[in-house]
Design a protein around this ligand. Sequence first.
Ligand code: NAD
Ligand code: DAU
Length: 335
Amino acid sequence: MAIFITGGAGFIGSAFIRAWAKRYPTDTIINFDKLTYAGNLDNVAEAADHPGYQFRRGDICDAAALRAAIPDGCDAIVHFAAESHVDRSILSAREFILTNVLGTQTLLDVAREKGARRFLHISTDEVGGSIPDGHFFAEDSPLAPSSPYAASKAAAEHLARAAAHTFGLDAVIIRASNNYGPYQFPEKLIPLALTNALEDRPIPVYGDGQQVRDWIHVDDTCAALRAVLEKGQSGATYHIGGRSPLPNRALLTKLLDLLGKPTSLLTEVADRLGHDRRYAVDCSKIERELGWRPEIPLEEGLAQTIAWYREQATWVARARSGEYRQYYAQVYGAL
Ligand code: NAD
Ligand code: DAU
């Protein structure tokens, strides 16, 4: 099987590649990534020995680069590449529109040209907007994105559905809740809090810290993606959640407890603009239809993640300093 992955040097994409390479040692795995600040080839170093693994540096907005990299009749395209951080989209939405919207359409067009057999599009629970207490976001609920990031992701999945409906592309869409685990760039809440706490530095809590997110370990997400890729209905959307909803302050208190650090590190700061209060995906469809369920309890996943970050001081230092980016600029040049 030949599988083409965009954004495979990022957090979830690299976890997907590492797991895929272990499970399917004879597959061809092509990792196509622009290597933005969030793309780090250290994340896929483990897969580099896999005989079928190839890395191609490129931008998903560049149709010629995609044409050169996607094999004819490729079995599956798994599309992770995106600008993924909400706070950055509030500062400037431009890159989000280019990569998440224009890039997704460019990839969909080339996927059709190349006769890709299946297209798995990675979306987010954020496209449903803030969900009132007592309600859940289901696959057929209306979309109501609030941030520029979520709006760009909503546009992207509409384009994937349009390609399925109009041209018969075999596209499947997943919407995942908040992922955590090893190799997550330390701008997102858990790795930021964890790495700050390890150095006894303050942890910024936006507003009152009562915003609710549903946490899922990245390995559980990757298992769900494999199930959807292999058994998901063409044209369908599936929600993936961790069944571990927690207000941010409660999550951080748990994390500090596991780290043996005081809650006095929690420091209330100005709230995120337009901050969504609660995400809550209904993930019963994938559980019912494909038999997938999250298997890693939050406490266990957090303990494993803490252990990883404790041991990976070099990875953290390189990620924070952006050292690997200078190296990529020398090896691959500017895009
Ligand atoms: P990430 O920011 O860690 O990684 C994104 C990757 O995409 C990086 O390797 C980056 O270099 C690459 N990339 C960015 N622009 C590109 C372009 N124009 N061309 C090619 N490559 C490009 O993101 P992540 O957290 O791993 O998220 C992966 C996907 O999952 C995204 O689509 C995101 O919206 C979605 N998602 C993430 C979460 C989460 O909690 N992290 C939850 C739900 C959905
Ligand atoms: O829900 C899925 C989404 O989860 C993904 O689509 C996004 O790509 C991913 O970034 C994530 O978005 P969030 O905005 O929920 O994640 P983030 O880690 O940025 O923030 C989680 C919560 O913690 C949110 O309520 C904001 C808050 N927060 C975040 C940071 C970085 C803080 O209180 N302090 C912080 O320093």
